[in-house]
Design a protein around this ligand. Structure first.
Ligand SMILES: Cc1ncc(COP(=O)(O)O)c(C=O)c1O
Length: 379
């Protein structure tokens, strides 16, 4: 069955009433048959029918055995990090999401965990890895510079050294890229973004095929209380039904916008859909699309960044991405403000870098909005 069909038919109302959408079970606790007879649902922190139905829908789409729906994307990452033990270290890309960076930078030390920043996993020599390093955490394409990691090569090398591989697949979703198929152990998501798709909930997902790891992940999910509420599970499930349609339009618009930006003088564009992007060929091989995020640097001699941002009417100035509406943000002071200025400079997060989350509006309207802002911002 095709992905778009599964996305819609993945949930079945099991109440016998024939509802075509899965019911929202707003119940914290469930009646049990007897002293020794417990049903599948006991208390909603452990399992709730609406959340379980969503988790099955997600696992099906991911080609995964297990999925857990979490309160936020950061909760999903935190649950994956619960697999680490005191003394362990991880390798992590130097351009991960700012919150993930802040987690390892500010919370690892007190847990006696450590990390090593990796500039480019494609070039990393895994044979030299120190013995305390137990896991790899990566995003591809990265946020916000859209650097591409070769999943097959890097996961293969990391696994050969016995490392656990965790991939944050938020920018792609399983519709465009499935890291589990390349051997990743765990995939995490901010489902707040494309999966949910409407900028109205925070949510996360953890998926895995590893039967040995799932019980530990499930335990952390329950005991940290990092669970998705039934109503948000319903909204996420509803969003997933239109994920393929939305993503197709997001990336059609993103390609249009990237090509338009590429023609402007004094603009440097980052989008894997452009043939001159260094990760273009690998992205085409390992994913079925390029997603909806486009980043670009405005030459400060040519344009006034503040005027540019203020002149836009369709691109709202806000963090986040993956909703139907277009947004623009400035990573240096927003999503990646937790990075030191030195680190920002080293990894290419310049002050005049802007990130577009291209929405699903009419593409031409977005181009006109950008053209108007370029006219206004030109010095
Ligand atoms: C790639 C990526 N991972 C994780 C997160 C964290 O997700 P959440 O905000 O849902 O906790 C974000 C949020 O922007 C993100 O962009």
């Amino acid at each position: 069955m095709e992905y778009s069909t599964k996305a819609i038919h993945g949930q079945v109302d099991d109440t016998g009433k024939g509802a075509v959408t899965y019911p929202v079970y707003l119940s914290s606790t469930f009646l049990q048959e007897g002293v020794q007879q417990f049903g599948d649902f006991v208390y909603s922190r452990s399992a709730n029918p609406t959340r379980t139905a969503l988790e099955q829908q997600v696992a099906d789409l991911e080609g995964a055995r297990y999925a857990l729906a979490t309160a936020t994307g950061m909760a999903a990452t935190a649950i994956a990090f619960e697999l680490l033990q005191s003394g362990d270290g991880i390798l992590i890309s130097d351009t991960v999401y700012g919150g993930t960076w802040q987690f390892v930078n500010e919370l690892f030390e007190s847990r006696n965990l450590s990390y090593e920043l990796v500039a480019d996993f494609n070039q990393y020599d895994f044979s030299q890895v120190a013995s305390h390093i137990k896991a790899v955490f990566l995003e591809t394409p990265t946020n916000p510079l859209l650097q591409v990691t070769d999943l097959e090569k890097v996961i293969g090398r990391a696994k050969a050294q016995g490392l656990l591989v965790i991939v944050d697949n938020t920018f792609m979703t399983s519709y465009l890229q499935r890291p589990l198929d390349f051997g990743a152990d765990i995939v995490v998501y901010s489902a707040t973004k494309y999966y949910a798709g409407h900028s109205d909930i925070l949510a996360g997902l953890v998926v895995t095929n590893r039967e040995d790891l799932y019980p530990q992940l499930k335990l952390a999910h329950k005991l940290l209380g990092a669970i998705l509420s039934p109503f948000d599970a319903f909204l996420l499930s509803r969003g997933i039904k239109t994920l393929p349609l939305r993503l197709e339009k997001h990336q059609e618009n993103a390609q249009l916008v990237a090509e338009y930006l590429d023609q402007q003088e004094g603009v440097e564009v980052f989008y894997t859909g452009l043939s001159h992007h260094p990760g273009h060929a690998i992205q085409e091989q390992q994913a079925s699309g390029h997603g909806g995020v486009v980043s670009f640097v405005l030459d400060e001699e040519t344009y006034d960044l503040e005027v540019f941002v203020q002149s836009l009417t369709l691109f709202g100035f806000a963090v986040s991405l993956g909703g139907v509406e277009s947004l623009i943000c400035r990573p240096a002071t927003m999503t990646h403000e937790s990075y030191s200025t030195d680190l920002q400079e080293r990894i290419g997060i310049r002050q005049n870098l802007l990130r577009l989350a291209v929405g699903i509006e009419a593409g031409q309207d977005l181009i006109e909005d950008l053209a108007h802002a370029f006219d206004k911002a030109r010095k």
